[in-house]
Structure formats: C-alpha cells, structure tokens
Ligand binder design. Sequence first.
Ligand SMILES: Nc1ncnc2c1ncn2[C@@H]1O[C@H](COP(=O)(O)OP(=O)(O)OP(=O)(O)O)[C@@H](O)[C@H]1O
Length: 701
Amino acid sequence: MIATEEMQDGMVIALPDEADDVLEGTVLLVDQPHAPEPMDLIAELAARRQERSPLIPVWLKSRADALQVLKWQAEHTGYVLAYHVLRGPKYAVKLAARSPAGAWRLLVELLRWLFDMEGRPVRRAAATKEEATDYLALSRQRDDRVKARLWTVLVGAITLLLVGIFVAVAAPTWAHWAIVGVLVSAAGLIGSPADKPLLDRAVVPSHVRKLTSDQVVDALGSLGISAINQAIGKNGRGITFPAPIMRDGPGWRAEVDLPLGVTVSEVLDKRDKLASGLRRALGCVWPEPVSEEHPGRLVLWVGDQEMRNARQPAWPLLKSGQVSLFDPIPYGSDQRGRPIKVLLMFANVLIGSMPRYGKTFALRVLLLACALDPLAELRLFELKGTGDLSALEKVAHHYAKGATDSAKAACVASLAEVYAELDRRAEVIDGLPRHQAPEFKVTPELAARRDLGLHPTVVAIDECQELFSDDEYGQEAAKYATAIIKRGPALGIILILATQRPDKDSLPKAISANAGIRICLRVMGWQENDMILGTGMHQAGVKATMFTLNDKGISWAVGIAEDPLIVRSAYLDGPTSELIAERAYQLRLAAGTLSGQAIGQEPAKRASYDLLADVLTVTTAKEEKVWNSTIVDRLAELRPDAYGQWAGLEDDAKTATLTARLKEYGVKTEDTWGRDTAGKGRNRKGFNRADVAEALAKRKI
Ligand SMILES: Nc1ncnc2c1ncn2[C@@H]1O[C@H](COP(=O)(O)OP(=O)(O)OP(=O)(O)O)[C@@H](O)[C@H]1O
C-alpha cells in the first residue's frame, strides 16, 4: 500500500509501506504552477477588478460625507493648534531652561570642529604604532585645517559682532527681544534631551479619538475567538486590512479581513466585547458584513459619538414639502448620519421588534410621508389602541384603533375591499393600451388619472399579530393580506405591517416571506430576527439581536438598498406628527383627494352572517350527525363572500376552522361515523345538528 506524506515546500510524496524499500511514486506539488485557462483568466481579471481600491475615496463620493471629513479635519487641526498655543508659556520656560545646556553643546561642538577632534583617534593610533611618516602627514593636515578653521571662526565672530552692534544700535527693542527669543529657543532646542521632546502630546479628546489598526487587532484578539488568537499569535498570519483606516462621516471606517475560517457573524455576536476591546461606548461600535465579499470581510465603523446621541439630520419633510410615492421617501439616517430614503411603491413593508423599541414610531414616519402624497389613500389600523396613529385619522380613508372586535372587523372589511380591488385594478391595467402600462403595472401617470382609480393605496396595520392570531378574523385576514402582499405591489397597493410577535401563528409565513422591505429593531433571538429580516439573515451577520437596551429606533433594514443597512428612524413625536398631518390634510383638501372616513363616510363593514343559522340552512333535519368538512363546502356555496376562503383550505384545516368557530358558540365536535364521496365508511370530526339548533335557540332567548 502506498501512503502519502507531506514534505517541506508543499510537496506531497508517495511513500512505500516499508521504510527501507526503494522510494517509488510521483512527487506532487500541492501548489501547482498556475497556467491560466482563457476562461479562468477572465474570471480572475473580473475578481481582481473588485480588489482595486476605489479611485475616489469613499468619503469623497458624497457631498455630505466630504463636508463631514473636512469639518472633522478642521476641528482636529484647530484643536491641536489651540492645545499647543495654550501651552506656549510652558514651552518658553522649558526652552529657556534648556538653553544653557544647548549653548554649552554648541560651544563643545564648535571647539571639536575647530581643533579637528574627529581626526584625533587616527593621529593617536599613528603615534602609538610609531609610524612617524603617517603621523607627520596627519599632523600637517591637522595644522592646516585648524588654521583655516580659526580664520573662518574669526571672520564669522567679527561679522556676528558687527551685526550685533548694528542691531543693538539700529533695531527696535522688540527686534532685540525677538532675536534673543530665537537664540534662546534655538539653544533650548539644541539642549533638549532626545528622550524628552519639547512639545506635549496633544491628547486627542475621546469623541474624535483616532482608530488605529493596533486597536482593532487588540480588540479582535479580546473576543476569545481561538482562530483570531492563533492568527495574531507568534507564528500566526496576522490580521490584514485591505484598505487603510479612514474617516467616514463622523467616525472611522476599518476594513478587515478576518483570519481564515472566521466569519463576520462570529464577531457580530460579540459586539459588546469588541466595544470593550476598543475602549469605546457600545453605541459607537458598528461591525458590518460586506455582502459582495467573502464572509470574513468585516467593515468596522466606529463613530465619534454613540448613534443614539449623535445629532440626526432633520426629517426633510418636517416643515414643508410633499412627496410622490413613486419616489423614495425620507425615513431616517444611518450610523454615519447619512439620510436614508425608502421607495415604498411596488413593495411591502414588515416592521418588527420587541415591545417599546420604536416600531410604531418607524411606522408613523413612513405613514406621515405617505400622507404627504395627496394621491395616496390611507387605510390605517392601529390595533394596540394607544392612539399612536391618531394624528393621521383626519387624512385616512379608513381608520380604526384598539385591539377590539370592532377594530379588527373594520380592518378585515377594509382588507376585503382592497382584496376585491386587486382584481378590478388588474382588469383596468389589462384593458389599457400597452404603451400606457408597458410593464403591466401602475405608473405615476396612471396613478394620477382619477377615472382609473389606480392611485397608491397604503394599508397599514400596527400590532398585526392581534389580527392574524384572532380566532374569528385571523384566517380571513391572512388570506386577504397574503393576496395583497403578493399581487398588490404591481397594482399600486402597499401593505405595511408592524408586529411585536413575529412567530408563525401571529404572522403567517406566506406574508412574512413576501415582504420586500423589512425593518427589524431590537429582537431577542435569531428566530424572530429571521422571521422579520428573512431566512438566513442572522447567519449572514444581519443581526438585530446585537442592538441593546438603548438602541431605540435603530434597526437593520433589508430591501431599502442593495445591502442591509443599520438605520435609525427619524424621531417624530406626537405633536410634530400632528403638525405634519395637518399639512397633509391641507394638501389633500386643496387637491380634492380626501376620501372615506376623512370626509365623514362610514367605515367599511364586514358582511354579516349568522354561522349557526347558516349551518342549519345547509343541513336537513335527517342529517343528525355531519362531518365538518362536508358542511364547510356547503357553507362556501351558500355564502362565498363569507365562507369562500374556507373552501380553499386542506381537508384538515377545513375541519379545524369549523371546529374553532362552532366552539365559540359552545357546540362541540367529535368523531362521527359517515361515508366519504367514494362511499367508504370512516370516522371524522363532525357535530350533532341538534347541538347547533340548541345553541341558536339559546342565543335567541
Ligand atoms: N428614532 C427614534 N429615536 C429615538 N427614540 C425613539 C425612536 N423611535 C422610538 N423611540 C423611542 O422608543 C419608544 C418606543 O417607541 P414605540 O412606541 O414606537 O415602540 P413600539 O415598539 O411600537 O412599542 P409597542 O410594542 O409597545 O407598541 C418611544 O417612546 C420613543 O421614545
């Protein structure tokens, strides 16, 4: 049998079993010489293009960033100058104290030069070895040299004396002092010991403390990740920085290639340790993955100030302006203070977080911007009941608040209208000449035509878990919301959902899977993170679990830009929201686009029906016991608008739905013997018709 063994220089050599046998086999180089194939070469060149450093530094690409950097540089220079100016007197005293030593050093050097002291060891050596000729030649050379130098010094001294007398007589007093100052300073500088520099180190204040590669390496080394420790250990390969650390907005940006096998995700899990290693506040330290690079490429942005304390740019629509939902609307800012906009048209939004971390505030910012598009129809449901969206009631087509039955019923009724609207809008678009809707979707021109009714429609449900987990309304609402989230975007219908309980019962998978824009504020676990941001996001390093107690309003946002972003929503409190909503109202009044409840119309009503009476209608007195699934099909035929969606469910789901609904009226279901459509007898869940009749009678009493 032949074994292989690795040798130095990366060779793998085949060895025979017996050590004393003759060596046989081929020597394989582990690192093969590279002979690029044509296709290989193209791929390699494309990859190498990505490695190029940007022609223009990142900070110069945006005016705001460039201004920030220049501002910082000016502030920094000003600080250093002021620091040294303030210490001017201290430096003067130091110079004066060091000047005698400097003068002495100068005199000694002059005498050494004058008497050619540097040649002394050679002359002495010649004398010791008794080499008379050499010694005489060297002495002659020294005498000539000393003579010439004496003359130079003499002329120099007389010139200086004359200049001195002239200055003493002719120059003003300030010039005397200036000259004395310069001479003393020069002597002081010469007399300064090499290990004691004259200038103190300008201690840079913490809010503009520079980030250095040493700090980054030390901080990474403090995370307790063994592969990092090995890499920075004695024989490790170290940690590499593909780009220099530079200013980026109000902070520093370091790009780091983590050691082989370490992912950014592992670092994100230890953001607090990283901040401790960097000796910065947690709110200043923002590690991010770089999606277009390998999973070990980390961008570490370290802000001068904590994100929550940093001054946020004012919301651009705060005082004036209106929007078109076909353009990105202002939402907030990132860690670097750059404004972040969101294009809502042709998308849906899912916002999630633990309670009290800023969901409703985030939702309200988006809705206030929507309100400032006079064409947008707003259907707003705030199922918490605290009135966070009440400022917008005056501009809303439909509005309801509270976790009450009536608010949920109003929400489902409004969703049902929008659901029906999907087909109507699709037909309208289909009927248009192709050049008017070339992409089979709403355009700004079509949205502006009142006759078509294709204006943007925004349906927002805050605390949507209240609706989707409701026994009575949940299934119906989920059905409408799923259809709207899938088909709505192309038809100008935008669904915005906010929830504090992102689990599968509170947020059906079909809905969470189809949201284009996802905003996740602080959550506790990876499941909630991925439910809101999308499967695999936590693994990929997009972790809203890294936010802390103080990170209110700060979220990971996916779908806003090519890469996930950390965004802080604009902070618009209640009174500010009222003012903006009032402006929106005036805009709509002028445009004549107020509608629905905003002009006093009745809210949408859910089709009313009586389940118990309907069950009796679809069964005959002879059917003492019937299967749930059979009755669901009959009910759907009787009242498609009310029960139609049940008919589309799987058999088991049909049974479970009716069981849950009958239970609300105290009607029990049990295993019931019956025959299926093929005539085969078996047991399935069913109920006694008499129980339904009794429940109905009791209710009427
Ligand atoms: N962008 C922000 N900047 C600073 N603070 C914010 C921001 N957004 C929200 N907050 C703070 O967070 C608090 C909670 O916000 P909000 O009411 O939106 O939370 P929530 O997640 O909707 O809570 P709940 O789940 O109870 O409804 C607010 O009172 C506000 O002070």
